[in-house]
Ligand binder design. Structure first.
Ligand code: ZN
Ligand code: ZN
Length: 376
């Protein structure tokens, strides 16, 4: 049966390259990916997928279904297609969306024979306000036996872990005054932000090595001769798992409150973006994917890398999930760079585009035919 999948893959290879290159040439920021969505959904529709656009009321989200109407597992392929400001597809999401849609299409060609259902999800804004978080919160992934996607990189790597992340904004409010003639009348909100940074830096001594705390000041006042009556900082807090992160946040919030007390300013804390859970890779699904990748011609599969955070983490707490990396460059290329974006349209990347798509389709086939113990 996998020979049939290979043949179907070869039949759509030029279309896959065309779509991935089109998205590369038309980079769109998160939640504005109109052209990419149009391209991917038309492709899926041509191959008889039923399309729901503006899924969950999110303009650039979609859900595309192919149902055999026969007993069997439901497989989810996750598309990403958002770009980065100024550097375009420096994270290679043009390839992610294409591989996931392509895998769904290839697998759909044998679905009638094996039963089950394939769902391709369009999940916008991975780089900022990852829609997978909302999908997970709304129970969308509860319909799946397994969810998968492949991320381009300079090296091929097994699916590993990613960190839980919580974005927190601190807004301090004080009182303006002339900074030289009557400073005693002012309440300096910026001083609270500075104490917040100092307090967080002191906390670094007392956290586990997995913890990451990094922030910026987005408002530090308007002029040096005015006591700042408002100052704002945004932070990302990360840890290997949600439990550690929750404990950390309790301490951080006390520091933030202390910084308000020190100046007499008031404090408001808000979650300014969606949080991510840590990624839990399903070991057996990952082994199966690696086997399929080897059979498709990629044998240099490296250990998982220390990843940042991604909304794929939230998916992995709902269903068996993998998020492996496929090498698309012959040399070392940094993620989130123009060089990485340009690497996605080379002939080597085009070869890898088909291999990644096929490995996803083969793995889906193995799940549909119950060859993978997803409890593992
Ligand atoms: Zn990225
Ligand atoms: Zn990415």
């Amino acid at each position: 049966m996998k020979n049939i999948l290979l043949k179907k893959g070869q039949e759509i290879q030029s279309k896959l390259c065309e779509i991935s290159d089109f998205i590369y040439h038309n980079p769109e920021l998160g939640n504005e990916e109109y052209k990419a969505v149009e391209k991917l959904t038309s492709f899926l529709e041509e191959h008889n997928f039923e399309i729901e656009k503006e899924f969950l009321g999110i303009e650039t989200a979609f859900r595309a279904t192919c149902d055999s109407k026969k007993e069997g597992p439901t497989i989810g392929y996750l598309c990403e297609y958002d770009a980065l400001p100024e550097i375009g597809h420096g994270c290679g999401h043009n390839m992610i969306g294409t591989m996931s849609a392509g895998a769904g299409i290839i697998l759909s060609k044998v679905l009638d024979k094996v039963g089950g259902k394939i769902i391709v999800y369009g999940t916008p804004a991975e780089e900022t306000n990852g829609a997978k978080v909302i999908f997970a919160e709304q129970g969308v992934f509860d319909e799946l036996e397994a969810a998968m996607m492949v991320h381009p990189s300079d090296k091929t790597m097994e699916s590993g872990t990613s960190m839980a992340l919580y974005p927190l904004q601190f807004t301090y409010k004080g009182k303006t005054a002339h900074a030289a003639s009557c400073p005693q009348e002012g309440i300096n909100a910026l001083n609270s932000v500075i104490q917040l940074f100092n307090g967080i830096d002191a906390l670094r001594q007392h956290v586990t090595t997995d913890v990451r705390m990094h922030g910026i000041i987005t408002n530090g006042g308007v002029a040096a001769n005015i006591v700042p009556n408002e100052a704002v900082a945004q932070f990302y807090f990360r840890a290997a798992n949600k439990e550690t992160l929750d404990d950390l946040l309790v301490k951080v919030k006390k520091i933030a409150e202390g910084a308000a007390l020190m100046t007499g300013s008031t404090l408001e804390m808000t979650r300014y973006e969606l949080p991510n859970d840590n990624l839990k890779t399903n070991k057996n699904l990952s082994k199966n994917f690696n086997k399929n990748l080897r059979e498709s011609g990629i044998t240099d599969i490296n250990e998982p890398k220390d990843a940042g955070s991604s909304d794929i983490g939230n998916v992995s707490h709902k269903t068996a999930t993998i998020h492996p990396y496929i090498g698309i460059a012959n040399c070392s290329v940094t993620c989130h760079s123009v060089k990485m974006a340009d690497s996605t349209i080379t002939s080597f990347a085009h070869e890898r585009l088909l291999i990644g798509t096929l490995a996803l389709a083969y793995t889906g086939y193995d799940v549909l035919t119950n060859k993978v113990d997803l409890k593992g």
